[in-house]
Design a protein around this ligand. Structure first.
Ligand code: ADP
Ligand code: MG
Length: 362
């Protein structure tokens, strides 16, 4: 197992890249701690697979270095890196049986037959295929083949890391939950460094201790699920995580007050005035309806019942504002003003969170 460090890493698929737009990965500096369970989360096309393939050695970066426990492996071939990788679609040997497929990585490394047999049995149980070990892979469904791919990724205990690239895409929803639980279990048991790529926040937040959020070729935040929720470092993290995501409103800031569409919004702190597009962000969980005159005027457009709570979708002078109504709380008859919990408001300049000028209210 290893600590994996990416230093000044960048990648372009073009032979002679020019400006930043030519790069699938902009500059990335990031360390994955040994034994961490990470999710790599971001929208399709943001560079997740490129980053994984650079770690495993399938792609050679245009710039920068990859270090395993301080050792530079940038030019090392995939086999030397000792990484297991599971892809989005199954990679199995059709002419081999399930057993032979699972045993393959161990056989390749010359492990003894008794150990292989025992290990294959354990993995087969994890992926729910103990009763199909003798079958040829050819006749299996895509779903079953992907389970074999997952099993192959997990069969070797002594790998430096296991990389999963959206591995549950072709797996049916019920099995998804079960396999994710198994992966977590595997992590607890063996403590491998695991990087699990997904574009699904629920999957990311349930699997990982730490989540790396990518947006447009950059890592915009590394944090625990709670940190991403409570203190998003970038507007993308704010609206991508949460359902619905964070409300973001253009604002002008003077000291501890934001002016949004001509209305004053008290902030929990004082902020210096900065150049750039300034927005305040507030999660729908911290927006509430009020009778007081100093609330912000909104027009309710839609109410959605989502089981435990309701989501109120409203308009504030052209800005969408969503509020989460807690269980059993009625929407006031004249629901036309909202307030934001001041200490829950974040301030963003050109999409990045900025810190208050001084701590504590003046
Ligand atoms: P993700 O896995 O987050 O969906 P990718 O890493 O696959 O993103 O892709 C990042 C960007 O690089 C995208 O714009 C994609 O079109 C481009 N890209 C990915 N693979 C290649 C390739 N082999 N050749 C050229 N461009 C690629
Ligand atoms: Mg991908």
């Amino acid at each position: 197992m290893a600590r994996i460090e990416l230093s000044d890493l960048a990648h372009s698929y073009l032979p002679r890249p020019g400006g930043e737009a030519d790069y699938a990965l902009k500059t990335i500096d990031l360390a994955w701690e040994d034994g961490g369970a990470y999710a790599l989360l971001g929208a399709s096309g943001c560079g997740k697979s490129t980053l994984l393939n650079i770690i495993s050695g399938l792609v050679h970066p245009t710039r920068g270095r990859i270090l395993f426990d301080g050792r530079d492996v940038t030019s090392a071939p995939t086999t030397e890196r000792n990484i297991a990788q599971v892809f989005q679609f199954p990679v199995v040997y059709d002419t081999m049986t399930v057993r032979e497929n699972l045993a393959f990585p161990l056989k390749n490394r010359g492990r003894d037959p008794a150990y292989i047999a025992q290990r294959v049995q354990t993995i087969a149980r994890m992926i729910g295929m103990e009763n199909q070990l003798g079958r040829k892979a050819r006749g299996l469904t895509a779903d079953e083949k992907q389970k074999i791919s997952l099993g192959r990724g997990m069969v070797r205990k002594e790998v430096n890391a296991i990389l999963f690239d959206e591995p549950l895409t072709v797996i049916d929803p019920h099995m998804k939950w079960e396999l994710r639980t198994q992966l977590k279990q595997l992590h607890r048991e063996f403590g491998h460094t695991m990087i699990y790529v997904t574009h699904d926040q629920t999957e990311a937040l349930t699997f990982a201790d730490k989540v790396v959020v990518m947006h447009d070729g950059r890592v915009v935040q590394l944090g625990t699920p709670d940190e991403l929720f409570e203190r998003p470092g970038h507007t993308f993290v704010g609206y991508f995580i949460g359902s619905p995501g964070m409300n973001l409103l253009d604002a002008e800031i003077t000291g501890d007050t934001a002016i949004v569409a001509g209305h004053a919004v008290p902030l929990g702190d004082r902020y210096a005035t900065r150049a750039g597009r300034t927005q305040i962000g507030i999660r729908p969980e911290f927006v509430s309806f009020t009778d007081e005159d100093d609330g912000l005027p909104v027009t309710v457009q839609r109410i959605e019942d989502v089981g435990r709570h309701r989501i109120v979708r409203a308009d504030l002078r052209g800005f969408a504002v969503n509020a989460v109504l807690p269980e059993r709380m009625p929407l006031p008859a004249d629901a036309d003003r909202v307030v934001f919990a001041p200490e829950q408001i974040g301030v963003f300049v050109d999409d990045w969170r900025v810190e208050p000028a001084s701590t504590g209210a003046a």
